[in-house]
Design a protein around this ligand. Structure first.
Ligand code: BES
Ligand code: ZN
Ligand code: ZN
Length: 502
């Protein structure tokens, strides 16, 4: 007999690294004092120049000219400090305007870091605190870095470490809440940016445990034995070609004063790397960025973190099925039939349509909570990207249209935009198999919808599916959305839950 000695865990690659050490976070502080020795950003109404009392005559006429020319930032440089002035029109606040401010703040960051600024002050002459908060948000998110694997990370670190908001309407609580949301988004980004050489499913489970401990929610990580005992055939099938075992993580935040009787359940796809399995993805351009295939899971951890840290009075459960998808010796073959935990049989026609298989088990698991609403996030289909590009997520579901609209509104507010697609029966017909209850592959068109119809089969509660394949990850930075994982979903879910359930 020949025994092949196989390594038990790929994570042996990185045993020296225990858990992610979060990079330095930008601090956001509310202050009542005037901060003269810092570089600054001042927001003012373009017809209220008189409020800028520190300007001399010459500067005033310079400002007037700049405003006439509709400049969106006016810069003064003094004693090595930068002072940026942002004129805004008196108009009713809208999401687009807030987004412009976030983007503007991100564009000012490199100047501040080049000037080696450690601190920056935000001054607000308008009385609208949302404007100061948007500037701080854009700047702090843009200041995110993933440096773990650089030898000279200290040298590469941005100098900016603290944003002081000097706005009489911004309280210490406002600043703290914003800081927590940014930390949560950054945590999601870091999890996505970690390659599978470090972040396999087991490690992902450990990271969620760490976040839960720090933020104040409970985390239980089920291992392979428990997953087998629960007969999660979708998760086990995707995992079959892998050396690393799968995990299924259950997070729960249940404050005493929760306003909701039935919990909100969040589900995130946790494919730590998607090679496609035996239906192997071609590379380049297809497999290359697939460490991002757990972005849905990362968004769920991030949202749980923000909600718990800000102590929202809401009962939330997070579920993350996790595994890599590989073409190993025992990998599932096209045409194999597998059984999901509710007994539904699925003919696997393409092993690259793996996300829906692991989500099916998670959606079945969610039934036990009788959720108020269940929202899943997943980098599920290339079809979603082809349909609407990288600027928005594709949304589908069975929740009341009012709830779907509330989510869309939150998406717009934080500029994580969504486009809703129909859930007509026709698309579901495509998922019927000749030999099993379902197949995992639909027709050639509108794959984001047939995928959603597949998932719908496993739900018996109000449900929303967010296909984040487009905006989850980018090879190039765009404003405050840094290169790599974007953390999309965290801010949208937080806004949606805070506004509608608290
Ligand atoms: N993880 C991919 C989807 C994806 C594509 C995410 C681009 C992020 C960016 C998913 O598992 C997948 O491979 N989907 C297939 C499904 C198809 C075989 C039905 C796809 O969309 O091509
Ligand atoms: Zn795939
Ligand atoms: Zn995938």
């Amino acid at each position: 007999m020949i025994l092949v000695d196989r390594p038990k865990f790929r994570s042996a690659l990185t045993t020296f690294e225990q858990l992610i050490d979060q990079e330095r976070m930008t601090q956001i502080k509310a202050t009542k004092s005037t901060l003269l020795n810092f570089s600054s950003i001042t927001i003012f109404y373009n017809d209220e120049l008189a409020k800028l009392t520190e300007l001399d005559k010459q500067q005033l006429s310079f400002f007037k000219k700049e405003i006439e020319q509709e400049k969106d930032v006016i810069t003064l440089q003094e004693l090595g400090l930068y002072h940026y002035f942002i004129p805004v029109k008196k108009e009713s606040q809208n999401p687009e305007m807030l987004e412009k401010l976030r983007m503007k703040a991100a564009s000012l960051l490199s100047g501040l870091n080049t000037a080696k600024a450690g601190d920056v002050a935000i001054m607000n002459m308008t009385g609208e605190k949302e404007l100061s908060l948007a500037i701080a948000e854009g700047m702090a998110l843009a200041n995110y870095q993933f440096l773990k694997y650089f030898k000279d990370k200290k040298k590469r670190q941005n100098t900016l470490h603290t944003i002081h908001i000097s706005d009489k309407y911004v309280t210490a609580k406002d600043a703290e809440h914003l800081q927590n949301i940014i930390e949560a988004t950054s945590t999601a980004r870091t999890l996505i940016n970690e390659p599978v050489s470090f972040l396999n499913a087991v490690q992902f489970g450990k990271e969620m445990q760490k976040v839960g401990k720090e933020s104040g929610f409970s985390v239980k990580v089920l291992g392979k034995k428990e997953i087998e005992a629960k007969k999660m055939g979708g998760l086990l099938a995707v995992n079959a070609g892998s050396i690393d075992p799968p995990t299924f993580t259950v997070m729960e935040y249940k404050p005493e004063k929760a306003r909701n009787k039935k919990p909100i359940v969040l589900v995130g796809k946790g494919v730590v790397f998607d090679t496609g399995g035996l239906s192997l993805k071609p590379t380049p351009n297809s497999m290359d960025e697939m460490k991002c295939d757990m972005s849905g899971g990362a968004a769920v951890v991030g949202a749980m973190m923000a909600i718990a840290k800000n102590q929202l009075p809401v009962h939330v459960i997070g579920l993350v099925p996790a595994t890599d998808n590989r073409p190993g010796m025992n990998a599932v073959c096209p045409q194999d039939v597998i059984t999901i935990s509710d007994g539904t049989t699925v003919e696997v026609l393409n092993t690259d349509a793996e996300g829906r298989l692991i989500l099916a088990d998670a959606l079945v698991w969610a039934k036990q909570y009788k959720p108020e609403v269940c929202i899943d996030l997943a980098t599920l289909t290339g079809a979603a990207v082809r349909a609407i590009g990288t600027y928005a997520s594709a949304v589908m579901g069975t929740a009341e249209q009012k709830v779907m609209d509330q989510l869309a509104e939150s998406g717009m507010q934080v500029w994580e935009r969504t486009v809703q697609f129909p859930m007509w029966k026709d698309y579901g017909e495509e998922m019927k198999s000749d030999i099993a209850d379902l197949k995992n592959l639909g027709g050639s068109y509108a794959g984001q919808i047939s995928a959603a119809k597949f998932l719908e089969h496993f739900t018996d509660y109000p449900w929303i599916h967010i296909d984040i394949a487009g905006p989850a990850y980018s090879n190039s930075a765009c404003g405050y959305r840094t290169k790599g994982g974007s953390g999309v979903g965290v801010r949208m879910l937080y806004d949606f839950i805070q506004k509608n359930y608290c």
